[in-house]
Structures are given as structure tokens and as C-alpha cells.
Design a protein around this ligand. Structure first.
Ligand code: GLN
Length: 201
């Protein structure tokens, strides 16, 4: 099983490390043939507008979007979550996403860079202890369609809960960055519950 980490911008190396620690072959991907050759994809945190623009200028956008929609297991963290959303709030003008998850995501929902924070989360499908979640100018999920399963939620300063981890079929997205904590359980969830279940290799 070969899992690619989209290497246009963002924290690629940390995801490669987390995936390797789960025992799969993990590699940075940034060409058409690399993207065609993988069994699963991780879209890292970074800046969603930049990743989308670079995917367009390198002519990768439609290939990635098509592979996601035809069932390739894909996990997006933070900017990656935004790129998997069918609809984005507080997007810049003309901002595109690969789409695939029937949800509305609000960019920078928790505030500006200074409002980055960490907390411990219950994550459906991952046994205790709770997951340490690092939020960096993170989005939250405003609303989800009927086929989307909410795996974790966080309360905003007003006490209202918002989904921060969701799954729809072959697609997983988190607002936070599990690749930064040395705890590989979210990557393991992706590898075991999505990649190994759906793989066609
Ligand atoms: N705010 C960033 C964006 O809109 C995401 C931040 C992150 O990935 N840590 O893309």
C-alpha cells in the first residue's frame, strides 16, 4: 500500500513520518504520474488557497479531484479539510476546493493565528486516551449532509459545538494537526479503517 502526501505546500514531512510509523509506504507526491500511482492521499495543513492555486498551475487539480471522487482514500488535515469540502465560507474570491465531502467549512473559524490552541478530544472510533488536537488558524465544520459522520467536536468560545473531524466514505478530514503530536492514532485510523478497507490493489 502506497500513500502519497500532496507536496505542493504545507507540513508534508510530518505526515510522511506519521504514515511511515503506521507501517505503510509513504511518499511526497507532486506530479501526475506520482498521483496516479498511489492507493491513498493525504492533503496536509498549510494554506488552502495556495495549495489549490498550485494544483491548478501544475495541472494536477482535475486529476486529484477525479481520483478523490472515484473513491481514492484521502485524508485532509486543516487546509486539507478545506480542500475536501464541497463548500467553503470565508473563502477568498474564486477559491476552489477539490470537494468530495458534503459539508460547509468555515476558514479561520477559531480566529487568527494568535487564537491557535490545543485541546484533548474524544474521537469516535479511536479508543481512549483522548486525542491531543492542535488547532492552527483552523477551520470548523458549519454543517454536514446526511452521509457525513461526525467523529469529533469542539465547543467555540460561546459554548456551541462544531464538528472538527468528519468522515464520508473514502474521505476523512480533521480541523487539527495530529501529525504534530507524535500520536499516530488518527493516521492509523485512516490507514486501517479507510485505506485497507477500500483499497483495490
Ligand atoms: N487557515 C488556513 C487556510 O485557510 C489553514 C491553516 C492550517 O492548515 N493550519 O488554508
Amino acid at each position: 500500500m502506497k500513500i502519497g502526501v500532496l507536496a505542493l505546500q504545507g507540513d508534508v514531512r510530518e505526515h510522511i513520518q506519521s504514515l511511515s510509523d503506521c507501517g505503510v509506504e509513504a511518499l511526497a507526491v507532486k506530479t501526475k504520474s506520482e498521483i496516479q500511482s498511489i492507493d491513498g492521499l493525504v492533503i496536509p495543513g498549510g494554506e488552502s488557497t495556495t495549495i489549490a492555486k498550485l494544483a491548478r498551475s501544475f495541472n494536477l487539480f482535475d486529476l486529484i479531484s477525479d481520483r478523490i471522487k472515484s473513491g481514492m482514500p484521502t485524508y485532509g488535515s486543516c487546509a486539507g479539510m478545506i480542500l475536501l469540502a464541497n463548500s467553503i465560507k470565508d473563502a477568498i474570491e474564486g477559491q476552489e476546493s477539490f470537494g468530495g465531502i458534503d459539508m460547509v467549512v468555515r476558514r479561520n473559524a477559531f480566529g487568527r493565528q494568535v487564537d491557535s490552541f490545543e485541546t484533548d478530544l474524544k474521537f469516535k472510533g479511536i479508543t481512549e486516551p483522548k486525542i491531543r488536537a492542535v488547532f492552527i488558524r483552523a477551520p470548523w465544520v458549519e454543517s454536514v449532509g446526511a452521509d457525513v459522520e461526525v467523529l469529533a467536536e469542539v465547543a467555540d468560545p460561546a459554548g456551541v459545538n462544531h464538528p472538527v473531524a468528519v468522515r464520508q466514505g473514502n474521505l476523512l478530514a480533521t480541523s487539527f494537526h495530529p501529525e504534530l503530536t507524535g500520536d499516530n492514532r488518527v493516521h492509523k485510523y485512516f490507514v486501517e479503517n479507510i485505506c485497507q478497507q477500500l483499497a483495490t490493489f
